[in-house]
Design a protein around this ligand. Structure first.
Ligand SMILES: CCc1c(F)c(F)c(S(N)(=O)=O)c(F)c1F
Ligand SMILES: [Zn+2]
Length: 266
């Protein structure tokens, strides 16, 4: 990671000691773990990749909660109302939830990297395959049971769409807190550029199962400093416990091993 010496050393130290990952640094026998560093020049343009088609129904949004790893927005996935299809996918996938990963400072925070460039945060929209699985929980264990769209966040202009979510964060400051969050369209968090990379990987949090088709958008969305700092005011800890700020909730890079990253663009 290109960073100042101080940041690097503290990053390495923190990385090794971070409670979130002390026990999960490797999955025995993992051959397709996530996240990875996407080397742009090694990615292979695949002309057969179709445009990604996204149809989210804003009324399927249910609530926001703090699950002790991140804050997560849950959706009603009891029908094919908020779905994605096309791209590298053979059928449609239902939106289940989205969440973020971020750093204590703007110098790091994303899980994936592009040519070793790291972003201050990364959005993950998690979908499951209702054709091969009967539930999200089952799909987590299925080969290609899940599709996660990754969107990088970079420091820049205020993001009006995100602000509605940021305004709900004080209500879910502690682990297991939950707040109703009705109509929200996650499409407002997607960049307009259609370009993406795709590769076969895993969950980046326990159970780290190798069930994810990753779709990583090439173009980041912009959020402002205040919005990033609101993320960093969340807590890993429950009410009444000694407060631990929810920051650096990202998994370290994993080896590419025998995988090729495909791009939808030349
Ligand atoms: C078990 C629920 C869950 C997560 F907690 C999670 F962090 C991710 S991730 N970071 O790979 O997008 C998932 F895909 C996922 F299904
Ligand atoms: Zn994630």
């Amino acid at each position: 990671r290109p960073c100042s010496l101080a940041a690097c050393s503290s990053y390495r130290l923190r990385d090794a000691l971070h409670p979130l990952w002390q026990s999960e640094l490797t999955v025995s026998g993992g051959t397709r773990q996530s996240p990875i560093n996407i080397q742009w020049r090694d990615s292979v343009y695949d002309p057969h990749l179709k445009p990604l088609k996204i149809h989210y129904d804003p009324t399927t949004c249910l609530y926001v909660w703090n699950n002790g790893y991140s804050f997560q927005v849950e959706f009603d996935d009891s029908a094919d109302k908020s779905v994605i299809m096309g791209g590298p996918l053979e059928n449609h996938y239902r939106l289940k939830q989205f969440h973020f990963h971020w750093g204590a400072i703007n110098e790091w925070g994303s899980e994936h990297m592009v040519d070793s460039k790291v972003y201050p945060a990364e959005l993950h929209l998690v979908h499951w395959n209702p054709v091969t699985s009967t539930s999200f929980e089952e799909a987590i264990m299925e080969n290609n049971g899940l599709v996660v769209i990754g969107v990088f966040l970079k420091l820049g202009a205020h993001h009006a769409g995100l602000q509605k979510l940021v305004d709900a964060l004080p209500a879910v400051r502690h682990k297991d807190a939950i707040v109703e969050f009705d109509v929200f369209d996650p499409c407002c968090l997607m960049p307009s550029c259609p370009d993406y990379w795709t590769y076969d990987g895993s969950l980046t949090t326990p159970p780290l199962t190798e069930s994810v088709t990753w779709i990583i958008k090439k173009t980041p969305i912009e959020v402002d400093q205040n919005q990033l700092e609101e993320f960093r005011m969340l807590l890993f800890t429950s009410a009444g416990e000694e407060e631990k700020r929810m920051v650096d909730n990202f998994r370290p890079l994993q080896p590419l091993m025998n995988r090729t990253v495909r791009s939808s663009f030349r």
